[in-house]
Design a protein. Structure first.
Length: 408
């Protein structure tokens, strides 16, 4: 049976344009909090799903992405999540809050240990390093509680970092595994401090507390053209220390016999250290939220049932630890599509599902009225159109009622 993902179906059937009340395109807001742990003001950039900001839906909570080097990666990550969490993008990710953590003293915060002087590392960087433990406490004790008190967060958290940020992600995974559900380390600086953290990881038992955790490791190509991922492991020069340490980590995790943590490592032959974050974040989120994509068989409309959709959302509820309902727009779209295919029984199920899930939505009753009008049950059509108008005097149902009155 040929399976068509929702993204393909929508490309065929749906075109949506969203207007703005002004000329600004806004993807987030600036915020800050005073850190007693770090003894400084810390700035953050915060993206909240537009549906929440615009008040288009009943208020709900969202998973949160905590993003290191926020001023560098915020726009790309937000844009990706906005696109691929929308119906037009196939709803392959959930809608999420993104917290971009801006730097004040990057080396201090993103290195878990103080580096040792060597000929290839700047002495000022070494002197500045080793504040990772305090930074981790700031995230745990101040930033996450602040977000949970002031924003519509749920308990599902993802931590993303690149380079020194990736080192911080790996350190947090080992030291505070329950702080996040999923960890994304992109080309992490595992060679830092003579591979101190890498040695610690190898001594850490990835036991049962890691069984519900996800880890994605992105590896950039930082080798010379005459090397590959096999030959570089035999090299001993300083120029390949970075990738050799990451490949060593990848091999260790890939061959872990306990297999408690859900792990995926990906090598990007055509991407260097600076270009790899964009594609790695995409692959990481696809890996982490593989369970999220709703797959329906649009070649066989009879198989597209509200029961199948409800069961999928029950599974999502279990994954996120909270109740999640099918989006009103999704059920509405499926109802109209099935109606166009003359699959009236399944179509009615979706319209009724929206009325059940969103009893205060004037649009849910307007759509149900359209369904009854299509099957020539004018009495029920009028009943639902009236309900829609009672919830919103400007509902399109008002004009539909006038047309029905003329035909009496």
């Amino acid at each position: 049976m040929k399976k068509l993902h929702l993204i393909y179906f929508l490309c065929l059937t749906l075109f949506t344009a969203n207007g703005q009340n002004n000329n600004d395109i806004i993807i987030g807001k600036t915020d800050s909090l005073n850190s007693k742990i770090l003894k400084e003001q810390r700035n953050i950039w915060v993206h909240i799903p537009k549906e929440y900001s615009d008040g288009l839906i009943e208020k709900k909570n969202y998973p949160v992405v905590y993003l290191l080097d926020g001023d560098t990666h915020f726009h790309a990550v937000v844009g990706m999540i906005q696109q691929l969490s929308s119906l037009g993008g196939g709803s392959v990710f959930p809608k999420m809050i993104v917290v971009g953590i801006l730097n004040t003293n990057r080396t201090r915060d993103l290195t878990p240990t103080k580096g040792k002087p060597d000929s290839s590392t700047d002495s000022n960087m070494i002197a500045n390093s080793g504040g990772g433990e305090n930074f981790m406490l700031f995230i745990e004790k101040e930033l996450i509680p602040y977000m949970e008190s002031n924003y519509p967060t749920d308990l599902y958290r993802t931590f993303i970092g690149h380079s020194f940020g990736g080192l911080t992600v790996m350190n947090t995974l080992i030291e505070k595994p329950n702080l996040f559900n999923s960890y994304v380390a992109i080309d992490p600086s595992m060679s830092w401090d003579n591979k101190n953290l890498l040695r610690k990881i190898k001594k850490t038992s990835l036991d049962g507390k890691y069984s519900s955790k996800n880890l994605f490791l992105g590896i950039a190509n930082t080798m010379s053209e005459d090397m590959d991922t096999v030959t570089v492991k035999k090299d001993t020069t300083a120029g390949t220390r970075h990738i050799r340490a990451i490949l060593e980590l990848n091999d260790y995790l890939k061959n872990d016999t306990e297999k408690n943590i859900s792990f995926k490592g990906e090598y990007y032959k055509d991407d260097h250290h600076g270009s790899v974050p964009l594609i790695a974040v995409y692959d990481a989120l696809r890996f982490i939220f593989e369970f999220y994509l709703l797959k329906l068989d649009f070649v066989h409309p009879k198989s597209v049932t509200s029961k199948k959709v409800e069961n999928h959302y029950k599974q999502l509820s279990r994954e996120f630890g909270r109740g999640i309902k099918p989006e009103e727009e999704l059920s509405n779209m499926l109802g109209y599509w099935l109606m166009s295919k003359k699959e009236f029984e399944n179509s009615e199920q979706f319209f009724n599902l929206n009325v059940k899930n969103y009893p205060e939505s004037f649009n849910a009753y307007d759509s149900l009225g359209d369904f009854y009008l299509a099957i020539e049950n004018k009495e029920k059509a009028i009943e639902n159109y009236k309900k829609s108008v009672s919830l919103n005097i400007d509902s399109l149902s008002k004009d539909k009622l006038k047309e029905l009155e003329k035909k009496k």
